[in-house]
Design a protein around this ligand. Structure first.
Ligand SMILES: *Cc1c(COP(=O)(O)O)cnc(C)c1O
Length: 396
């Protein structure tokens, strides 16, 4: 037998973390890495956060899981907090981002079909988007590399160029049910939607009675410098999928919706065995306790600006290596001229700095939101040393 016990779907690297200490990860061999990847935008409180650990420990001792057939004081409490903090009137809890997007897709269709418009099923999505790895969420993305081997896709998605309002408008037809868009594309390379695009989608949705569903799985939960990125556009969405940072490392996601958008999501239409379990709710509470306040969010924006300013200055020293810096808050993309993946591996293997490669030759800088200036200094030192020691691989 040559297959590995862990199904070999990931290109796993040699770093094997066994312990986390605040903004650092320690490997099996004892080596210490600066973690500016955060488990891909998940560990927003860093590792070993006392508030999060305490909340999970206390809840684990009290009650971990019960069925959604029973009343949920824990779920009601966290849902109410999210409702109070956002545009939403109602919340469905999931265990992952893809499930939160699935719920968003189902809500968009059900909005129309519960009112008798059964033909309205088509959702307009955007090129280079990433919405997850389930059949519906890979179907929502135009990326062939995620489709290969898994055909046929789920019908009913139309792909349009990201940030192309005219294209989105032209794609609307009699079967259109809504839009699904990341305000800031994560896997796609930290590409920030323009104000005009987001406002335009809102206006088109209003004009044609379409649902505007946002995938904030990566950019949401304080990452962009506001609790949700849509706030910075001054628009009100109908549906938002959120996950990653919301559990701070505990598996948790949610689909937030207005009352109107959730009109099709009635008793018996949707469900999840684990979704909203008391343990996950405790983790979600601890994360909100830490991040859902103006001081914390202002700090995220300020730290983001400090890193941005230093990166802008730094890339001037390496015009052949780096093209530009973009992003919002602590969701920063460093767009390279050569492919970013080998450089991310170089930073990791030779300078003990963890970042994440993304599309469009971009290095994702997505640290825990609790970094301080010492971590920013350490990051810039490692990045500078990494750029200085980097020999660009000759293209094959
Ligand atoms: C990570 C991600 C998802 C999928 O989340 P999972 O928890 O891996 O299912 C969906 N949308 C976006 C924007 C993401 O970044």
């Amino acid at each position: 037998m040559s297959i590995t016990p862990l199904m070999p779907v990931y290109p796993r690297c040699g770093f094997r973390p066994v312990r986390g200490e605040h903004c650092h990860l320690i490997g099996e061999d004892g080596a210490r890495y600066l973690d500016f990847a955060s488990g891909i935008a998940v560990n927003i409180l860093g590792h070993s956060h006392p508030g999060l650990i305490g909340a999970i420990q206390r809840q684990a001792e009290t009650l971990m899981h019960v069925s959604n057939l029973y009343g949920s004081p824990q779920g009601e409490k966290l849902a109410q907090r999210l409702v109070d903090l956002t545009f939403a009137d109602t919340v469905f809890f999931t265990n992952s981002g893809a499930e939160a997007v699935e719920c968003a897709i189902k809500a968009v269709r059900a909005y129309h079909q519960s009112a008798g418009a059964d033909h309205r099923h088509e959702i307009i999505t955007f090129k280079n988007a990433f919405h997850g790895r389930t059949m519906a969420t890979i179907s929502a993305s135009n990326q062939d590399k995620m489709h290969h081997g898994f055909l046929p896709l789920l019908a009913g998605f139309k792909y349009v160029e990201f940030d192309d309002l005219e294209g989105a408008k032209a794609a609307i037809g009699p079967n259109t049910a809504g839009f699904l868009v990341e305000p800031i594309q994560g896997e796609g390379g930290i590409r920030v939607a323009s104000d005009a695009f987001m406002h335009g989608l809102r206006a088109l949705a209003d004009e044609h009675d379409l649902m505007l569903a946002l995938d904030e799985v990566q950019c949401g939960m304080a990452r962009s410098g506001t609790l949700y990125a849509y706030e910075q556009y001054g628009i009100v969405p109908d549906i938002v999928a959120t996950a990653k940072g919301i559990g701070g490392g505990f598996p948790l996601g949610a689909c937030l919706a207005t009352e109107k958008a959730a009109r099709g999501m009635t008793v018996g239409t949707h469900g999840s065995t684990y979704g909203g379990n008391p343990l996950a709710m405790a983790a979600g509470e601890a994360v909100l306790d830490a991040v859902a306040n103006d001081e914390f969010l202002a700090e995220v924006r300020a730290k983001g600006e400090r890193i941005r300013a230093r990166l802008e200055q730094f890339i001037g020293n390496y015009p052949d290596l780096f093209e530009l810096v973009r992003g919002r808050g602590l969701m920063i993309g460093l767009k390279m001229r050569p492919e970013s993946r080998p450089f991310v591996a170089h930073l990791r293997d030779n300078h003990q700095l963890l970042t994440v490669a993304a599309g469009d030759s971009t290095v994702r800088v997505i640290p825990p939101l609790v970094i301080d200036d010492s971590h920013i200094d350490e990051f810039m030192d490692k990045l500078s040393a990494g750029a200085a020691s980097y020999a660009v691989p000759v293209a094959a």
